[in-house]
Write a protein that binds this ligand. Structure first.
Ligand SMILES: C[S@@+](CC[C@H](N)C(=O)[O-])C[C@H]1O[C@@H](n2cnc3c(N)ncnc32)[C@H](O)[C@@H]1O
Length: 284
């Protein structure tokens, strides 16, 4: 039996049937899913990752969510792509948002979301986007529901390239997470993360801690490393070499002069870390 290609209306209906999209994914026939991350944003992010040649490689996408990067890896010629996630895949979006709103900034530790009715690991409401996009694209990307910290590394095996995008700052223990990442990495890991920069302290390895949703009102965000800490954590986790692909954005001369003037006027105690996204390649 041959299957008919989906027309525009059918693809749009598929996209519309998913109540929340994180990624804007081109489903073909002029239909792109309405992701919180826009198509332009993702295009620039993908370019900034400076992925190696993926042709013939095995790729693990940890924290794949709707799968934009998994599908991109497949498109770029990867032999095998495994999309692994569990956290957002298990969440009922509306209930999870209410939970964040309740605890962000409340000065009170949030109970584990796994203990609330937002956590639905049987129904996997947050995986509908990934499943829909995979079907619409006719993709062969494999999926695995699981906490990468808990998966058996010996059973999962090693991958030539591991994508670890937007995951590190969600980890309660970043060093343990990077150690686990190292065990799954055969060639290299591409790490993209929220990061902090504190001018004059860039040679000190430190992490900013967010106990109560201080970062974006999201109580699942814990840590912001500076670049020195990110590099040192990767090396401490057993990676051999770390290449920085994206560090703190440079300030223009005018911005720098204004910053110094402001610091002088307000006192250095008000110096605050700047937030940005860092990208490193960590080699096994
Ligand atoms: C900020 S999103 C990033 C999604 C995607 N990688 C991107 O860059 O657009 C973080 C993702 O990591 C996933 N995640 C968090 N902790 C995880 C864990 N322990 N194991 C697997 N996935 C995890 C979340 O479910 C979510 O999909």
């Amino acid at each position: 039996m041959t299957t008919q290609p989906l027309d525009t209306a059918a693809r749009r209906a598929l996209a519309d049937a998913v109540d929340f999209w994180w990624h804007s994914i081109d489903l073909g026939e002029g239909v792109t899913t309405p992701g919180r991350k826009s198509a332009d944003w993702l295009k620039h992010e993908l370019a900034a990752l400076q992925l190696p040649d993926l042709r013939g490689k095995s790729v693990l996408d940890i924290g794949a969510w709707d799968g934009y990067y998994s599908f991109a890896a497949e498109r770029l010629g990867a032999r095998r792509v495994l999309a692994l996630d569990h956290y957002v895949w298990s969440l009922d979006r509306a209930r999870a948002e209410a939970w964040h709103a309740r605890y962000a900034g409340a000065g009170e530790a949030a109970p584990p979301i796994e203990s609330t009715d937002a956590w639905q690991p049987q129904a996997l409401p947050g995986k509908r986007g990934f499943d829909t996009a995979r079907a619409a694209l006719g993709s062969r990307v494999e999926d695995r529901v699981g906490d990468f910290m808990a998966v058996d590394a010996a059973e999962l095996g090693r991958f030539d390239v591991v994508l670890f995008l937007g995951v590190l700052y969600h980890m309660e223990n970043p060093l343990a997470a990077l150690r686990k990442l190292r065990t799954l990495t055969g060639g290299m890991a591409v790490i993209e993360t929220h990061a902090v920069a504190l001018p004059a302290y860039e040679h000190h390895a430190f992490c900013e801690f967010y106990p109560n949703g201080e970062l974006d009102g999201d109580v699942s965000n814990w840590w912001g490393p500076n670049l020195a800490a990110l590099r040192a954590l990767c090396l401490a986790a057993g990676f051999r070499r770390v290449e920085v692909k994206q560090g703190p954005p440079a300030k223009s001369a005018l911005q720098e002069a204004l910053r110094r003037l402001h610091l002088f006027a307000s006192g250095a105690r008000q110096r605050r870390p700047r937030h940005y996204r860092a990208i490193v390649h960590a080699y096994a």
